[in-house]
Design a protein around this ligand. Structure first.
Ligand SMILES: [Zn+2]
Length: 246
């Protein structure tokens, strides 16, 4: 497990930044909820981003029982160098592939699978910021990971299955300190597991009801140990199982 954790890619971070959204010199497009700007002159990327953003938005609007107001700029980069130029200085050189700030979302989109996953992750942060603004960091990040899981990186179920009950309890105790402290990536996976537990096992109708949520470690561990395959009935991955999504 340690080997794969060391290869974890940080998916994103919620930051407070200025509201002047970058304007890369590629194709652009707009929907009812998003203004898409890319660094790719081929309009196909813009079409894809528009489609994914609207699909994820519709699912999150149902999950949260509401939707944020206004049009959010989505700035999408094919080229890593272009993305890195706009990424917050504190996130540079840490493997981040997305960022949500107050005014816009940045997404590195090297291919459709990772691009979609990063976009979905950042849109969960956006819904949290707008509709559950007082969520603690661990639950904001945990929900983004639980609702928009990455296929290639950071499977919380696999990571947590390898941990002893004592280690899990200790990690859960330390979630409130995030993002500070050691083992950031691993503790974010624990946060994702707890968020998935809350979504699946608690009596909630919308994600917003998790504001102020406190995890019961003993119940969580019992749930985790019985669970071998992810089959959520409610609040499944916002990416669904789209045909052709790879
Ligand atoms: Zn995140």
């Amino acid at each position: 497990m340690r080997g794969s954790l060391s290869r974890l890619v940080f998916v994103g971070a919620a930051l407070t930044v200025g509201c002047v959204a970058p304007r890369p010199q590629g194709a652009e497009g707009a929907t009812a909820h998003y203004e898409v700007r890319t660094d790719d002159p081929d309009p196909e990327l813009t079409r894809q981003v528009v489609r994914v953003a609207e699909q994820v938005h519709a699912t999150l609007a149902r999950d949260y029982g509401a939707e944020p107001a206004g049009e959010l700029p989505l700035i999408v980069y094919r080229q890593r160098a272009n993305f890195d130029r706009e990424l917050a200085p504190s996130l540079k050189d840490r493997g981040f592939v997305g960022q949500f700030g107050e005014g816009y979302v940045l997404v590195y989109w090297p291919d459709d699978v990772s691009g979609k996953e990063t976009l979905a992750h950042e849109l969960v942060h956006r819904f949290n910021a707008a509709l559950a603004p007082d969520l603690p960091y661990w639950l904001d990040e945990g929900l983004a990971k639980a609702l928009a899981p990455k296929r290639a990186h950071g499977d919380w179920l696999a990571a947590l299955a390898d941990m002893s009950d004592d280690e899990l309890r200790e990690r859960i105790r330390s979630l409130g300190a995030l993002p500070a402290g050691e083992d950031y990536a691993l503790r974010c996976l624990v946060a994702a597991g707890v968020a998935r537990f809350a979504l699946d096992a608690e009596e909630i109708k919308t994600v917003r009801e998790l504001r102020g949520y406190k995890a019961d470690a003993a119940r969580f561990i019992r749930w985790l140990r019985r669970r071998r395959v992810a089959h959520p009935d409610r609040f499944p991955s916002v990416l669904g199982s789209e045909p052709g999504s790879g």
